[in-house]
Ligand binder design. Structure first.
Ligand code: GUN
Length: 283
């Protein structure tokens, strides 16, 4: 391997260390709502709660049963909206099958001031205005930006190619990179000749959820490669990038696990701090 390893663990530890005094001072609280028992969600939530503990931030895990109805979930959201002790909360996705079609309704019910996932239209809309308006940006795209900044990888003038157009990663990340003067291409399942496009990338971001789909022949020599994938293959967390082969070509690459994952948690905590500051300012 010749590529620089972009460690989200190291970057997050440094950023969270810097946030710690502020957290001690303003004492924010995060609530994570889980509905049902999706195994992936369980491990992400465990990580979120653990990281809050490490940085001295109050957190609560509200675990609702798998057959929770939409109106019960919306009641929980309403309670959290009006609980002044709760700074911010997230509803972990995916929801159980019977609620999955109602995700937009659930997100819409979250008070934008407490939407620390940054998934709602208000916070996403602000991301579209400019970098200066990115107050509560979606956690994973914001984590990727922080990781690039930590390693002093500039994006201005670079060609960033994003594979995947989800509302929580690909789409908002494309705008956040554009806000930083990158030239951005977003690819998806209907894109023709994907390798021809990924090969043009100075910065390649894979956020699809297909294990090892980005192979060495799809990467330009010296590219920076960011892997957002977290599929479970034989019980092992596996990214969207064929790490062993691609790391011989890339100039820098994120591992899975230990790359983007810790940065997502880090930006969630940063959003809680920002939300608390704004709530205190306004009261
Ligand atoms: N599921 C996968 N990633 C996320 C995330 O960042 N937030 C929420 N709420 N659910 C997720």
């Amino acid at each position: 391997m010749s590529a620089l390893l972009l460690s989200g663990r190291d970057a997050a530890a440094k950023i969270l260390g810097e946030l710690k005094p502020k957290i001690t001072k303003i004492d924010p609280k995060l609530v994570v709502v889980q509905v049902g028992d999706d195994p992936g969600s369980a491990s992400y939530i465990k990580q979120k709660i653990k990281s809050c503990g490490e940085v001295g931030m109050r957190s609560e895990h509200r675990h609702l049963k798998a057959d929770t109805t939409l109106s019960e979930l919306l009641k929980t959201v309403a309670e959290l909206n009006s609980d002044t002790d709760v700074t911010g909360f997230i509803v972990q996705l995916p929801l159980p099958d019977h609620l999955q079609d109602h995700v937009p309704e659930v997100i819409r019910a979250i008070d934008p001031k407490k939407d620390v996932d940054g998934f709602g239209a208000y916070n996403l809309g602000k991301v579209f205005l400019s970098k200066e308006f990115e107050h509560l940006p979606p956690a994973t795209p914001a984590g990727i930006i922080m990781l690039l900044e930590h390693y002093k990888i500039s994006v201005a003038g670079k060609h960033a190619v994003i594979v995947g157009r989800s509302n929580i990663v690909g789409k908002p990340l494309s705008v956040m990179l554009l806000n930083r003067d990158a030239t951005v291409t977003v690819c998806h399942s209907k894109t023709k000749d994907l390798p021809a496009i990924t090969k043009q990338a100075d910065i390649l971001i894979a956020a699809v959820g297909k294990p090892k789909m980005i192979t060495a022949d799809m990467v330009k020599k010296g590219a920076v490669v960011i892997d957002v994938g977290t599929s479970r293959v034989d019980g092992k967390l596996t990214g969207d990038v064929d790490f062993d082969a691609v790391s011989t070509i890339a100039s820098a690459i994120t591992p899975v696990p230990g790359g983007v994952g810790p940065m997502t948690v880090c930006s969630l905590i940063r959003n809680c701090v920002r939300a608390k500051e704004r709530q205190t300012e306004k009261s």
